[in-house]
Design a protein around this ligand. Structure first.
Ligand code: ATP
Ligand code: MG
Ligand code: MN
Length: 353
């Protein structure tokens, strides 16, 4: 299925039948992809750049973008010539791919991987330092071992059931959706991303996040030091404004540590899991779903695509860049349509390794 409805979707060589589109929103990114073994080999090198330069640095993003283009390459890369034609894949990376094609591995990647634990530790601490105050760091360290564990799909679903139960006690009629990696089909997640809305009735969702978090604390589903961030400004307004420089979107969210009670079988003791609770109005539902499904590179490319057609996209909605007027898109499919894109199912948005 070719994805090329957008005329601005440029490729390195438009004449080439096998050309790979530049942006993840113009191509399919399954997991595993055709070149998964190569992607696995490049992953530590990408991580290394994140660590060295930070996740938002030019060097990191350009490498992540190149790896993402490889993920989106629909044919098996078997020659250096094929590799060199992939968008964003420069000379140095082509050499790495050549090494992979010849030997089946990349030497530098092995060194990076050997330091993986160290790297992950440093990166986590760096992220912590950047994003958190002392109190948050303390609670993170307290639950560190649990938070390092990957969460299987069945447990993600169980956590949603706990949240839905409390939500229904507050007021029936809410709709929830598991987003993030889970929705993209990942077997194991690092956290649980839950989107909440009240269908067709904007305003009904007001105050629900605060009420939910309080209830969950009363029920001891959130430990006392388990609220890492709680923003409830978005739903105090009728139309949320554009995101500020510090926030990715203007949606209400609670980033929490959830205590998943032991059940005697799959969980012999309580487990502490990171959960993101995000509340959105119905009118912004589609954008919120797209925005919180990811992956990161997919979102980045979606924003770049929107910019090209003079729109602004984030999980808080779509806006006209010139007038700043909101553009209506209630469902996820509406979002793709408004952005002039062919619909891409969540399982094909795995644009990061
Ligand atoms: P995993 O959780 O397993 O590491 P993931 O893809 O679910 O993988 P998350 O960090 O949970 O990764 O993010 C899911 C998606 O939600 C991201 O793609 C991102 O676009 C969006 N997102 C995450 N944090 C925010 C935020 N603070 N504001 C807006 N969007 C966010
Ligand atoms: Mg997640
Ligand atoms: Mn998350």
């Amino acid at each position: 299925m070719p994805i090329a409805s957008d005329p601005s979707s440029d490729t390195e060589s438009p004449d080439d039948e096998q050309a790979v589109p530049m942006l993840a929103c113009h191509r399919l990114s399954p997991r595993p992809c055709v070149n998964q073994a190569l992607v696995e080999e490049l992953k530590p090198l990408r991580e290394f750049r994140f660590l060295r330069y930070g996740t938002h640095a030019k060097e990191s993003i350009s490498y992540a973008t190149a790896v993402s283009c490889i993920i989106g390459t629909p044919f098996k890369i078997e020659t250096v010539e094929q590799a060199a034609k992939i968008p964003k894949v420069g000379e140095k990376l082509t050499l790495k791919i050549q090494e992979f094609l010849e030997y089946g591995f990349i030497k530098e990647s092995r060194y990076a991987k050997a330091n993986e634990l160290y790297e992950r530790g440093v990166r986590t601490l760096e992220d912590l330092r950047r994003a958190m105050n002392r109190k948050r760091i303390d609670s993170y360290l307290k639950y560190y071992d649990d938070l390092q564990e990957k969460i299987p799909r069945s447990e993600v679903e169980s956590i949603l059931a706990f949240v839905e139960l409390q939500l229904n006690r507050i007021k029936p009629g809410f709709k929830t959706l598991l987003c993030g990696g889970y929705r993209r089909g990942k077997e194991f997640s690092n956290d649980v991303d839950i989107l909440i809305t009240y269908p067709h009735r904007d305003g009904e969702e007001r105050g629900v996040l605060q009420a939910l978090v309080e209830r969950m604390q009363q029920k001891n589903l959130i430990p006392e030091d388990g609220i890492l961030t709680l923003t409830t400004c978005g739903t105090d307004r009728i139309i949320t404004p554009n995101r500020s420089a510090t926030l990715l979107d203007a949606l209400d969210k609670a980033l929490i540590i959830f205590r998943h009670p032991a059940n005697g079988t799959t969980r012999v003791r309580d487990k502490y899991r990171r959960v993101d609770l995000v509340v959105t109005t119905w009118r912004e539902w589609g954008s919120a779903v797209v925005g919180w499904t990811g992956s990161t590179q997919f979102e980045r490319d979606l924003r770049r695509h929107a910019k090209r057609i003079d729109l602004k996209f984030d999980s808080g909605g779509i806006r006209d860049r010139t007038t700043d007027e909101p553009v209506e898109a209630v469902t996820e499919k509406d979002v793709f349509r408004v952005l002039g894109l062919d619909y891409i199912p969540p399982e094909m948005r795995n644009a990061d390794p």
